[in-house]
Design a protein around this ligand. Structure first.
Ligand SMILES: *[C@@H]1O[C@H](CO)[C@@H](O)[C@H](O)[C@H]1NC(C)=O
Ligand SMILES: *[C@@H]1O[C@H](CO)[C@@H](O)[C@H](O)[C@H]1NC(C)=O
Ligand SMILES: *[C@@H]1O[C@H](CO)[C@@H](O)[C@H](O)[C@H]1NC(C)=O
Ligand SMILES: *[C@@H]1O[C@H](CO)[C@@H](O)[C@H](O)[C@H]1NC(C)=O
Ligand SMILES: *[C@@H]1O[C@H](CO)[C@@H](O)[C@H](O)[C@H]1NC(C)=O
Length: 611
């Protein structure tokens, strides 16, 4: 088959990771270099090796190191400035992070080689005690002077004192032009952190003395608000309003993330926000002209903001730097790419477990569909894998939240890497016996109305549950985007404004291939690569698989199997369905010691042989 020779088809000079596919030569829009320029990454989730099955995103962190160095050199040679920003969720979601023990030891070593000017934490850095402690003890010192934590405190593991994770803010002056910047680093009003960290609500933080003093500083040409916060969010609106109430015309540049989308929004003529996607697919670019400096006011009218979403591949990088495969890689960039390859090797991420016979999509196709990863899970993986004697052989329904799957599966090798990418979570299964089938169907209805019913309940009880669907579809529970996912009749679908999902482009070079076609407040010309649009379909919050069921099975009572992550939702949904089951008490562990990831992997090994 073609994929068995794939790694040897492309010489490593083309892309830094030896197995990465060559980029497709899509037509490109240029970058408008301005007085002050930014490169922005967010929600990289461990994808520092780039995407080894998607040409559009096949550059790695080493290439990004080279790119940023060339851009800085080029921009500074013109007497202008460049700043590099990262807004968090660097951890969890890729084998390069998750598969080492302890987690993250390779990733942090790779990450540190990029020069970053302003960095923040995401929510994923704070779910577990040891993750946030590694942040405090390793990442913050590595990025000393850049890492900011305006609203995060942590109990120091040695002194046990509550201390800021990093400095609250900083004031600095750009190298070339002396632009005076006050920078902040926020996290949205996150409540799911482990109790060794304290996330203060943004709305309270901005009332604190230090913030009030910082925004009263008169010697400021730009407020820079970096954060793991959606570009359109109540939190950013609150910061904008607070700064504007004191400084009615100082330009403000926001950088955001968390929703995994490309987005750009204008608060007023002098304040804008950029969000730069996810998973090292996108490097966001911003430029601003017409800023005052320490030398005095700007002579140009301003400020003028320009944005661009760069596809993370070498074709884009060569184009924007005017370099080629010989002149582009810097020594440092090559070293980082080599370090990534060595790390992947040590972690055996290229180990092949099977070969997927076709692409399986999260949201490129409607659900149910033959090419839906959820239909595949339901009809094949779960139906085959959950027949287990420990439960008896009666009929069962297995419920799984769609957010448990993190990425598409591409035709070709299903590697150790793929395993971590599609299912990085450690959740296993539990079950209760003999539940009326019609109650299970009611529960499913409630779960799939989560945004309406459950959210109201959460508001009333002040309890907080994470979303069940995929992050790009349902995440932040703030009200700005909440109406986008209120309710839907399955399998009806709709296209969602600024959200897009990528495609493994397999067309020959020179063509316009499907990919991101972002619509934002500045129009539809933000993407650097000109792509044809991709349809994007909503999926339900939860799916159900029938197990040990055939045409002659009477579905009166069934065993209810579920992924443990959804247990609190189930308990709640059962109440709505008037089913008196306390899942936390009555649920029994099913397939002890096996996670959903193990179940998928076993199925792939048994069913997807490579030819
Ligand atoms: C945190 O602890 C768990 C359990 O011991 C371990 O698997 C993981 O690698 C640790 N993570 C970090 C970042 O140290
Ligand atoms: C955090 O929760 C643990 C239980 O998970 C508890 O033992 C500990 O006292 C709590 N720590 C703080 C600072 O509240
Ligand atoms: C690249 O790696 C080589 C070999 O380890 C080392 O000697 C060199 O200093 C590194 N260069 C940079 C710029 O980091
Ligand atoms: C669905 O996929 C299977 C496996 O690839 C294939 O055999 C079958 O023909 C497909 N069915 C439809 C309706 O496309
Ligand atoms: C159908 O499933 C039931 C259990 O639900 C089983 O007892 C029966 O043997 C199955 N029939 C066939 C034809 O497979």
């Amino acid at each position: 088959m073609w994929w068995s020779v794939l790694p040897f088809l492309f010489p490593s000079a083309l892309a830094a990771q030896p197995a990465a596919p060559a980029p497709i030569r899509a037509p490109l829009r240029d970058l408008d270099i301005g007085q002050l320029n930014f490169l922005h990454t967010t929600d990289t989730h461990g994808w520092l090796a780039g995407h080894l099955q998607e040409p559009s995103f096949s550059a790695d962190w080493g290439d990004y190191v080279s790119f940023a160095a060339h851009m800085r050199e080029k921009i500074e040679a013109q007497g202008r400035d460049l700043l590099v920003i990262d807004t968090g969720d660097r951890v969890e979601g890729n084998g390069l992070y998750d598969s080492s023990e302890p987690k993250g030891v390779y990733l942090r070593e790779i990450l540190r080689h990029q020069h970053v000017d302003v960095m923040t934490s995401g929510n994923h850095e704070l779910y577990k005690q040891n993750t946030s402690e590694a942040e405090l003890l390793v990442t913050v010192p590595c990025f000393k002077g850049s890492y900011l934590a305006s609203n995060i405190d942590i109990y120091h593991p040695k002194t046990e004192e509550l201390v800021p994770l990093a400095p609250r803010y900083k004031k600095f002056t750009t190298k070339q032009q002396g632009i005076r910047i006050v920078a902040f680093g926020f996290l949205f009003d996150f409540t799911g952190n482990y109790n060794n960290t304290v996330v203060q609500r943004v709305e309270e933080t901005i009332k604190e003395d230090w913030f009030q003093e910082a925004i009263r500083d008169k010697e400021v040409d730009l407020f820079l608000v970096a954060g793991h916060v959606p570009a359109r969010s109540p939190e950013y609106k609150a910061i904008f309003t607070e700064i504007r109430s004191i400084r009615w015309d100082t330009p403000i540049q926001f950088f955001g993330g968390h929703e995994h989308i490309r987005d750009y929004t204008k608060y007023d003529s002098k304040a804008v926000a950029l969000a730069s996607g996810r998973f090292m697919e996108t490097v966001g670019f911003m430029s601003i002209d017409g800023l005052s400096t320490s030398e005095g006011p700007s002579t140009a009218a301003g400020p003028v903001f320009k944005r661009r979403y760069i596809d993370n591949n070498l074709h884009s990088y060569y184009h924007h730097t005017g370099l080629d495969e010989d002149s582009f890689p810097t020594e440092k960039g090559r070293n980082v790419s080599r370090l990534i390859a060595e790390s992947r090797n040590a972690l055996q991420l290229d180990k092949i477990h099977g070969c997927a016979p076709r692409d399986l999509w999260m949201s490129r196709v409607p659900y149910p569909h033959n090419d839906s990863v959820y239909t595949w899970l339901e009809k094949q993986v779960l139906a085959d894998s959950l027949e287990d004697e420990s439960r008896g052989d009666g009929p069962a329904v297995a419920i799984l939240n769609t957010g448990a799957i993190r990425f598409d599966i591409f035709e070709g090798p299903f590697t150790q890497d793929t395993t971590w990418i599609i299912s990085p979570f450690t959740n296993g299964f539990r079950y209760v016996k003999d539940v009326p089938y019609d109650k299970v169907q009611l529960i499913m209805e409630v779960l799939n109305q989560q945004t309406k019913v459950m959210r109201r309940w959460m508001d009333e009880t002040d309890d907080h549950l994470d979303s069940l669907g995929p992050p790009a579809q349902l995440e932040h529970t703030g009200d700005v985007i909440a109406d986008a996912d209120e309710s839907h009749d399955w399998p009806a679908f709709d296209m969602v404004g600024t959200q897009q999902i990528p495609l493994a482009a397999k067309k020959p070079s020179g063509e316009i291939v499907p990919g991101y076609t972002t619509q934002d407040d500045a129009g539809d010309d933000g993407d650097d690569s000109i792509h044809s649009p991709i349809s994007f379909y909503r999926v339900p919050n939860c799916i159900q698989a029938l197990v040990s069921v055939n045409a002659s099975t009477a579905l009166e009572t069934v065993d209810l199997i579920y992924i443990d992550f959804i247990e609190p939702y189930l308990t709640l949904a059962a109440k709505f369905a008037q089913l008196d089951v306390d899942f936390a008490k009555e649920g029994k562990v099913y397939l002890p010691g096996k996670t959903m990831t193990d179940v998928i992997l076993d199925w792939v090994k048994a069913n997807w042989k490579c030819e």
